[in-house]
Design a protein around this ligand. Sequence first.
Ligand code: G3H
Ligand code: ZN
Length: 286
Amino acid sequence: PLVSMKEMLEKAKAEKYAVGQFNINNLEFTQAILQAAEEEKSPVILGVSEGAARYMGGFKLTVAMVKALMDEYNVTVPVAIHLDHGSSFEKCMQAINAGFTSVMFDGSHYPLEENIAYTKKVVDAAHAVGVSVEAELGRIGGQEDDLVVNDAEAAYAIPSECEQLVKETGVDCFAPALGSVHGPYKGEPNLGFDRMEEINNLVGVPLVLHGGTGIPTKDIKKAISLGHAKINVNTENQISSAKAVREVLAEKPDLYDPRKYLGPARDAIKETVIGKMREFGSSGQA
Ligand code: G3H
Ligand code: ZN
């Protein structure tokens, strides 16, 4: 069923595993991720950035596609459809009105008080209709769609501010920037585990790790042990699917039927997602 993230993340935090948020870009991504979740008996979060929603034809069409696929596959595992890095109160409301079951309001570029005020406004409206909310503090580096944060702007979240934001807004889960990056890493990721532990002890709600692509398994496990119950992965599926397309087209330069290259791309995404679900420990939890 289509549900909010609240219960699936609370269960994950209590039982020390993480639910993957896998971003969707089109029909094939959505098919692959839903099939992987159902086969693995894993809860799953479909992440939709504003740019991806635009590409797919808008929030309503995106929700309709997800619902139709869930019916078609008789999906029994919990699925959340989540606005990723929502840029304004209005965008969050549009997503909710279209049927999203969860939203992130990313006010990380605002001064603390403004971030809190906007996030609270989103939480009040979302909770009234059973929709879960994620917030962010600090600044996650790298690039995802329209969101670009250069090295100088990237910043670790400050623990006392995290405590204040979570307490004052009532968010369901929280993403503190702790050195993870959107897109490929330049060298090894350097996650701030001391600060992670401190923040986990202060905030209570499940933590969210953005920039899941390229983080070594040992760091993933440690992040889960320190309160992370949601891990976002986007780039890795994009890389594995693009690689599959390149291989097919390189092998058969005359090929033009999209099903012949998007089919293998879909298989590659499914395989990548299954690998992540096992790594995060969410397989068999639904
Ligand atoms: O919000 C989405 C994620 O944080 C994805 O990050 O593309 O580095 O896996 P990634
Ligand atoms: Zn992100």
